[in-house]
Ligand binder design. Sequence first.
Ligand code: GLN
Length: 534
Amino acid sequence: MKFVFITGGVVSSLGKGLTSASIGALLEQQRFKVGMLKMDPYFNVDPGTMNPCQHGEVYVLNDGAETDLDLGHYERFTHATLSRKNSVSSGQIYSAVLQKEREGAYLGTTVQVIPHITDEIKRRIQLCATENVDVLLVEIGGVVGDIEGLPYLEALRQWSQEKGRENVVFVHLTLLPYLRVSSELKSKPSQQSVAELRKIGIQPDILVCRTEIPMDASIREKLSLFCNVPLASVIEERDVQTSTYELPLRLHEQKLEERLLSHLHLPYTEKPLSIWEDILHRIQSPKATVTIGVIGKYTEVQDAYKSIDEALVHAGIANECKVVIRTLDSEALESDGTENVLSGLDGILIPGGFGLRGLEGKIRAIRYARERKVPFLGICLGMQLVVVEFARNVLGYADACSTEVNPQTTCPVIDQMESQKKSCGKGGTMRLGAQPCILTPGSRMESVYGERVISERHRHRYELNSMYADALEKAGLHLVGHHETSHIVEAVEIREHPWFIGVQFHPEFQSKPYAPHPLFVDFVRASRVNQPQK
Ligand code: GLN
C-alpha cells in the first residue's frame, strides 16, 4: 500500500481538495485504485453543525455521513468509494481517545497528544487503507503552522518512518503571492511554510505552487534550492482559465503523477487523458448559453451550493451549453419588484436550506416560476416550499406553512417527520443518506430517470404532511415519488407546466462531469428549450 499525504501552506482555501481530487484522477488514469481521506483539525465532530457561510456546503455521502465539501470533489473526480470513515475531524479523534480513557483502556498511563492522539490518527488512516486500495491519498485540512494541525503532521511523520519512505510521498500545496507593483512572484512564504514542515520532520517531495501568472525558471530554481525539492518536482498550478476540470490536465502536463509514482517506486505509463480532455473540450465549445437562478440565503460565500453549481455545469456539458449560474439572495426578493430580478432567468432552482430568513422570497420565486411557466427545480427545502406555495396560492390555504418556521400554523403542509420528533440534539440526527424511492409510472420524474426505483441522498427533518396529499393531488400538484417502504413523499411535479419538479432529496450529490445527473440534465435542457427566441 502506498500513501500520498497532501498538506497546505501559506493560506487556507488554496484548493487542496481540488488538487487532491485531481491527483486521485491522474492516478486512476494510471489504473491504480485510489482511496481518499480528509482529516480536518477542527473540533466539530463533523461539518453537519457548521454554517455553510463559514465552511461551505455540507456534503452528504450514501451512508449518511455529513462531510466536508472536499469529499464532493473526491467523488466528482474519482471513483473512490467514500463512507463515514473517509472524513475525520479532531472532534472524532479526541472523542474516541477520551472515551477509551473513560473505559480504562490506557491502563493507568497519562493520556497525551503523542502517542495517544497520534495513534488514533494513524488508526483512522489504517481504516481507509483497505484491500481494494492501491494508493491512499490523505489530505490534511488547514494550513501548516496551525496549532491544531500539529498532531496530524506528527502522525504523518511517524507513518512515513513506520511504512518506509519509499511508500509515502509528501505533496505540499503552497501559494506564490504576486506583487503587482513590482510584477514579481514571491517565494518566501513558501520557503517558510516548508521550513515549518521540516521543523516537524517532514521534507515535502513535491511542491505544487498556486500562482496567478506563469512561474519563470528563476523562481523554480529558488524554490527548489530553498525548499530542498528537485527542480522537476516544483509544479506550477496556475489559476485555471475555464473550469476546475482543467486541473488534472494542467498537472499532467507537468508530469505530476510521473514524479509521484517514481517516489513511490510504481510504474508510470504514458496515457492520454481522454476523459478530461473531452470534458474540457465540451466546456470550452458551448453552442448556447442558459441562465439559471439559484435562489438561496447563503449567497455571500462561493461554496455554499458547491455541488449544485457543479451539477449544473455537468448538465451544461451534457446539453452542449454554457450554464451561467446567477446566485440570488432570497431576502432581496421579499419586497415588491421581484420580477425585475427573476426576468431574464431561463430556469429557477431553489436549493436546500434551514430556518426562516429569506423564506418568503423563495416562495415568491416559486410562484413566479409556476405562473410564468419558467422551468423550476426545487431541492429539499425547495420542494417543501413548492408545497407551501401551492397550498397558499392554488388551494387558498392562506396560513399554509412548514412547522419548521411556524409551529403554530393552522395548516402544517410540511411537518416534522415522526421519527424526528423523538430525536434531540444536533449533528448526525437528521434523516440522512441514500434511500430508495419509487417513482409513479407515467410521471415526468420516471421519464427523466428512465427507471422506477431510484436511490438518492437525503438531509432533512421535515416532510410533506400526508393529510394534505389528496387535496394537493386533486389541485394538480402530483406526488410522484415515495419512499420505498414508508409514506414519505420524495418528489412532486406539475404536469401542466413545461418543467416543474420538486424533490425531497439532494440529486446534486450524485452528479459527475462524466456522468451528469439526469434531473439536472433535463432541467437545463428544458430551460434551454424554453428560452425566449432571441
Ligand atoms: N430544513 C428542511 C428540513 O430539515 C430542509 C432541509 C434541507 O433543505 N436540507 O426538512
